[in-house]
Design a protein around this ligand. Structure first.
Ligand code: GLC
Length: 701
């Protein structure tokens, strides 16, 4: 068998006993049913008689928690039958759920239906036990083995959906059958949907529509570099991962079972970085939602529940619940949107705070800075509060987070730039003055000689120093010292050297080293994890993009590329058994060399790794960076690349960019032509007349 995933569809192909089957699975756009399109070919030299069964096991209880804790109850509420229209009808709490004709009944009781098109129905089953048979399983279902459906009607216990057909195929002959499986009452929703969508022509049209929809989003950037793995990561899978992440946040996947129905604040704000170029409008809507999850004191609701969120009326969290980093991610995400669209006026938009009052987006930003400045510790660094980015860190309420100090520094610098743009010199000088004070505090307590410390506990303990036995070097404070430009040139070079010597593994950069084992759980909850995974000296993939960005900011394209490839899923395609998870998506964490299983990755799909990896590769390695005034082209590539090209959609124009690297350098634009004309510097100005433009860039010493 071969399984191929495309953009929102999957195809499974199997050869068995000279019968070839190919099934395409997808959910059409805006619909609440899925297609299974089955193509069967007789590859043998003789006529074949075939029986074909569809099968699906349904959940009885749609409430995921109840489904787990109250199985007995759910076994009394389901019924199944074949309707007069030849659709399977699976009904939950049928006495209580009058058919409204709509597809939503209630959160715990939704009906399902299944239909078969392009073939006559020979039989059906809706009882799982009847389909599988006693003492049997999915490996030997009785109905398939005997070749006959039992026409079972589920009445309690576990339901299933199986429709059967049969027929003969001549040598070489192909037949196609369509199964539709949807949510809603078969009598109304099912009937209506089947009538409209139950044909091969319609299925064709719907698949085309789906592909066009996804491909249009993926067309925001297409690259062609000497690295084929990087190309399809940027062109398809990396961005697709970001878009899926944006849609689902951390709510439902194979590893999140669906009870986390809210948008985690920090994660959702960071997700914007992955999608701002592809879907700027939805990105803005999400940003607005998250801005209204900010409280009037500048902190954030830990979770924003999109369906219940009531800006202006939310209850503020208990003071112990604030995380220190949440709103500081706006300083990455808001410029990402504004730079993409040029929509500077967004900063003037009035938006409510979660609890009370409203302010412009610019003022929301000011409040965010004030929140951390007002909650600073004895050394002048922001307090870590209930957590900084690292969920396992408990420094005590007044303990200080150097990571957040660097975030705050970047926030102040970004705020000063925005203030300048908006003509608010007072705000600009305020921010720069605060930044200066913060810099002095950082320099006074945070440098340890070869690297920056990790953090300072409430009791004054300094973590992450040469004297620390465990957690001696912490990745985030090194890379963010560079990203925030708080580090001096000498400190940058030294701490990134330390990162390379102490944290780099073939699978990515470890979050800290050595792992914590004896450290108190009251300070570092990471001790719960086996050494070498997650926050305990694992490779936390969310942070890998920061390593790439820091290396690029120091001009080291070879190192940036090395770090990027170490955590790029596609780089493991020929060693899939090592990484173990899906080879086309990011995982949250990878076992490091401190564990016996270095290289195994875990927790795929919904992770901040998707956004930062895409952002760092496109804006730092390839260096195609939107700014308010245009597209900055400033690559930092491996010296072995002679050239690369890219097509970037930017504000409704297409830029065909070719970067030439005749001298084998990593960085440094020495010449740029726009449509054959010499340009000053490396900014392609926004708003040039015409839809398509050719940009040629030369790197050189
Ligand atoms: C998980 C969380 C994220 C946090 C990270 C590090 O990925 O979703 O919010 O920053 O862990 O602890």
């Amino acid at each position: 068998s071969t399984c191929r995933h495309g953009t929102a569809y999957s195809v499974i192909e199997s050869h068995y006993s000279e019968i070839l089957t190919e099934t395409t699975y997808f959910v059409p756009l805006e619909q609440k049913f899925e297609y299974w399109r089955l193509k069967i070919t007789n590859e043998s030299q003789r006529r074949r008689e075939l029986s074909i069964f569809s099968f699906c096991e349904f959940t009885n209880q749609w409430d995921t928690f109840q489904d787990r804790v109250n199985l007995q109850y759910s076994l009394f509420i389901v019924r199944g039958e074949l309707t007069g229209e030849n659709l399977l009808r699976i009904a939950i709490q049928d006495n209580l759920t009058p058919d409204t004709g709509g597809d939503f009944i209630s959160d715990i009781a939704r009906h399902c239906w299944m239909g078969m098109a392009e073939a006559p129905i020979d039989g059906f089953d809706t009882s799982r036990e009847a389909f599988l048979g006693l003492y049997r399983g999915y490996h030997n279902p009785l109905v398939v083995e005997s070749g006959r459906s039992t026409n079972s009607k589920a009445y309690g216990d576990n339901a299933c959906g199986s429709l059967a057909t049969s027929g003969s195929l001549q040598p070489g002959e192909t037949r196609e059958i369509l199964i539709l499986l949807g949510i809603g009452d078969a009598h109304t929703v099912g009937k209506r949907t089947f009538a409209e969508f139950g044909s091969l022509e319609q299925a064709d049209a719907e698949l085309e529509k789906l592909k066009t929809h996804w491909h249009a989003q993926l067309e925001s950037l297409r690259v062609d570099t000497p690295d084929a793995d990087l190309n399809h990561t940027i062109n398809v899978w990396g961005l697709y991962n970001c878009l899926v992440n944006f849609a689902w946040s951390r709510s439902a996947s194979l590893v999140y079972n669906g009870e986390r129905d809210g948008l985690g604040f920090r994660d959702s704000v960071q997700d914007i970085l992955g999608v701002a170029a592809a879907i700027p409008e939805p990105a803005r809507e999400r940003l607005e939602l998250m801005l209204t999850g900010q409280l009037s004191n500048g902190g954030a609701m830990p979770i924003v529940r999109p369906f219940e969120h009531n800006p202006g009326h939310e209850e503020a969290p208990h003071p112990d619940e604030y995380r220190s980093d949440d709103c500081l991610w706006f300083f990455n995400a808001l410029p990402a949107y504004v730079n993409e669209t040029g929509d500077l006026d967004f900063y003037n938009k009035m938006l409510p705070y979660a609890d009370r009052g409203e302010a412009t987006v610019f003022d929301h930003l000011r409040r965010a800075l004030d929140f951390n400045l007002e909650r600073s510790g004895v050394n002048g660094l922001p307090c870590g509060l209930s957590a900084d980015w690292n969920d396992t860190l408990r420094l005590g309420y007044h303990g200080e987070s150097l990571f957040v100090a660097f975030q705050l520094r970047l926030g102040l610098a970004t705020y000063a730039e925005i203030a300048e743009r908006l003509g608010k010199p007072g705000q600009k000088s305020w921010a720069l003055a605060e930044q200066k004070k913060l810099d002095a505090s950082i320099q006074a307590c945070a440098w340890d000689g070869e690297w920056f410390i990790w953090a300072i506990g409430e009791d004054g303990t300094v973590y992450g120093t040469q004297d620390s036995e465990e957690g001696q070097v912490y990745l985030n404070t090194q890379v963010w010292s560079v990203i925030s430009e708080a580090a001096t040139a000498d400190q940058s070079a030294r701490c990134m050297r330390t990162v390379h010597e102490r944290l780099a593994t073939p699978y990515g950069l470890m979050l800290c080293a050595p792992p914590v084992i004896k450290t108190s759980i009251d300070v570092m909850r990471a001790v719960v994890f086996n050494p070498g995974i997650k926050e305990n000296a694992g490779i936390f993939n969310h942070t890998q993009g920061w390593g790439v960005m820091a290396a690029c900011m120091l001009g080291d394209g070879d190192r940036a590329y090395e770090y990027y490839r170490a955590s790029m899923p596609a780089a493991y395609n020929d060693r899939a058994e090592l990484r173990q998870i899906e080879p086309y998506v990011q995982g949250q964490t990878t076992y490091s060399t401190y564990s016996p299983r270095g290289g195994n990755s875990r927790t795929s799909w919904l992770t901040g790794a998707a956004a930062w990896s895409y952002f760092s590769a496109t804006q730092y390695i390839l260096g195609i960076k939107p700014e308010v005034d245009g597209l900055r082209i400033d690559p930092c590539i491996p010296s072995s690349w002679n050239s690369f090209s890219a097509v970037r959609r930017f504000r409704n124009q297409s830029f065909h960019i070719t970067v030439h690297n005749p001298h084998g350098v990593c960085k440094g634009v020495v010449r740029m032509l726009i449509d054959g004309e010499q340009a000053a510097g490396n900014l392609v100005p926004a708003g040039l007349p015409g839809k398509e433009h050719q940009v040629d860039v030369w790197l050189g010493p």
